[in-house]
Structure formats: C-alpha cells, structure tokens
Design a protein around this ligand. Structure first.
Ligand code: AMP
Length: 294
C-alpha cells in the first residue's frame, strides 16, 4: 500500500498502475477518515470489483459550517492506515488542506433541488462543499467506480445527480448501511457520545424498524407516520430532533401527505437527523410500500 500526501505523488502512482496495465480499473472510496467497519465495507467492495483501489482521507473544511465540528472532527492517521492496508487498499490519498485548496476556490458546484431539504436545509452550504471536493477527487483519481454509503443517502443522490449532469465517466456504487449489533449505524461521530447518549442513540434504528411495521398498516399516511416516529424518538430523554422526513427517493420530493402510504409503489426514504447534546446523528431506511402494485 502506498501513501500519497500530494497530488503529484497520487498522479505518479496512478500513472504506474495504468502504464503496467492499461485495462486496470480504478475504484475510489472517498472518506473523512477515523475509519470504521462502514468504511471498511466500501473498501472491500472496491477491492473486489477493481484492479486497484484508492482510499481518500480528507476532512474537507468546505463542507463544514462555521459552528460545526471541523476542528474537533476525530482523526487517527496510524489506525486509518492499518485499516486501509488490512482491507486491501492500494493507494491512500491523504492530502493537507492547502494541497486540495492552495487558494480559495472561486468555482462552486451547486446541485439544486436535491439539496433543499434534509441535511441541505440543516447545514447550509454543506452539499456545495461535498460537490466541490468529490468533483475534485473524481478529476484527480479518474476512477471507473466510486463507492458511497447509503448511510448518507442524500449525499449519494446528490453525487449521482452531479455525475449525470456533468457526464463524469464514473459509476457511482451505493453500499448498504453497516450497523452495530444493537442497530446504531456506524459513524465516526459516535465517539462523541457519552455512555448514556450512546444507549439512547439506538432509538434512531428502533424508530426506523417501527416505521417498517407501520408502513404495512393499511391507511397510514406520511403525516401520521412522521408523528409516530417523532414520538418514538422523543422517548429518548436526550434526543433533540433536527428532522424526520418521508420523501421520494432519490428525487427527494414531498409525497402526497394525506394519502395512505400503502397505496403507492414508488421508492421512499424515511430520513432522520437527531442531536444528542452537540452530536448530530443521521440514519435512514428505504421503503417501497406497495410492491404488489395493488
Ligand atoms: P465519512 O467518512 O463519514 O465522510 O464517510 C465516508 C463514506 O463512508 C461515505 O460514503 C459514507 O456514506 C460511508 N459510510 C459512513 N458510515 C457508514 C456506515 N455505517 N455504513 C456504510 N457506509 C458508511
């Protein structure tokens, strides 16, 4: 495994891979590091499907708001490199901020509509930062495939849209959410939780499971579903709801609010963002209510 801290080193390594095998396919796994089993599952899928795999580790300041956790975002370089190696990564690209942004960028990558709700509404400018850094990484690595987790379902929809709109020649590969045994979705931010908050945080996945049962109920509307999911989350004393939304996926539009969910056969997302103290966690599940097409 090779560690590249500069764009020049990255380009050299990619050149030698392509030079020794011009059919070599490249997989890219973009991350912000502090790696866990969710990231590892993306890496393994990339390694299984490509001749060479690049893991990028970059805490991108452009996607953090002024009062967010950029400075204190957890970092552990040595551990990340060990995990990358164990999972068969060929190149780790770990640039400094000034390598990626030698000066303030004057180009913005703004993906409209899909970014109006959910995290786009709660974190203004977040997806502009994501769009910019992911398009830079796509240009630098020129991967055949890029791997993204469904944990960040809105991000996945936004990146797919950007890739289609700009004809970027990369296949976006969605990967399933990896969870702790009790259901909590793995996240680098889980380390911020106190022991009590960690116990309470299981309410996110529990409320998604509850929603799965409710969607089967004849007659339940999005309005009722959301009210019941909010009530369930509020049972956790320290939970402060940022959003609970039921939208079409991947178009992220509001559904018919007062019509029974079970009458529809589109794909929907139930997306949650909940704060425990200063730690904001997200989770989601996809639903296709009426698969029988009744
Ligand atoms: P991050 O380092 O949080 O920016 O995440 C990097 C990539 O890993 C993104 O595509 C995430 O969606 C994905 N990811 C993070 N957590 C999980 C998880 N629990 N399961 C699957 N993928 C994940």
């Amino acid at each position: 495994m090779i560690l590249c801290r500069t764009i020049a080193e990255l380009k050299n390594e990619l050149y030698s891979i392509k030079h020794s095998n011009d059919q070599a396919t490249i997989g890219l796994v973009p991350t912000m590091g502090f790696l866990h089993e969710g990231h590892a599952s993306l890496m393994r899928q990339s390694v299984a499907e490509n001749i060479a795999s690049v893991l990028s580790i970059f805490v991108n300041p452009m996607q953090f708001g002024p009062n967010e956790d950029f400075e204190r975002y957890p970092r552990d370089e040595a551990r990340d490199l060990a995990i990358a190696k164990e999972n068969g990564i060929d190149i780790v690209f770990m640039p400094e901020v000034k390598e990626m942004y030698p000066s303030k960028p004057r180009t913005s990558v703004m993906i409209s509509q899909l970014t109006e709700r959910l995290c786009g509404a709660s974190r203004p400018g977040h997806f502009d930062g994501v769009g910019l850094v992911v398009s830079k990484l796509f240009h630098l690595v020129q991967p055949d495939r890029a791997y993204f987790g469904m944990k960040d379902a809105q991000q996945l929809a936004v990146i797919q849209q950007m890739t289609d709109d700009l004809n970027i020649p990369v296949e976006i590969v969605p990967c399933p959410i990896v969870r702790e045994p009790d259901g909590l979705a793995l996240s680098s931010r889980n380390v911020y939780l106190s022991a009590e908050q960690r116990q309470q945080a299981v309410v996110l996945s529990q409320s998604l499971a509850l929603a799965k049962q409710m969607v089967e109920e004849k007659g339940i509307t999005p309005e009722e579903l959301i009210a019941r999911v909010k009530a369930k989350i509020s049972e956790a004393g320290q939970a402060e709801i940022d959003y609970v939304e039921w939208l079409t996926y991947p178009s992220l539009e509001l559904p018919a609010w007062n019509e029974p969910i079970a009458d529809h056969s589109e794909k929907y997302i139930l997306a949650l963002a909940v704060k425990f103290g200063s730690t904001r966690l997200i989770d989601n599940a996809l639903f296709v209510p009426n698969t029988r097409g009744e």
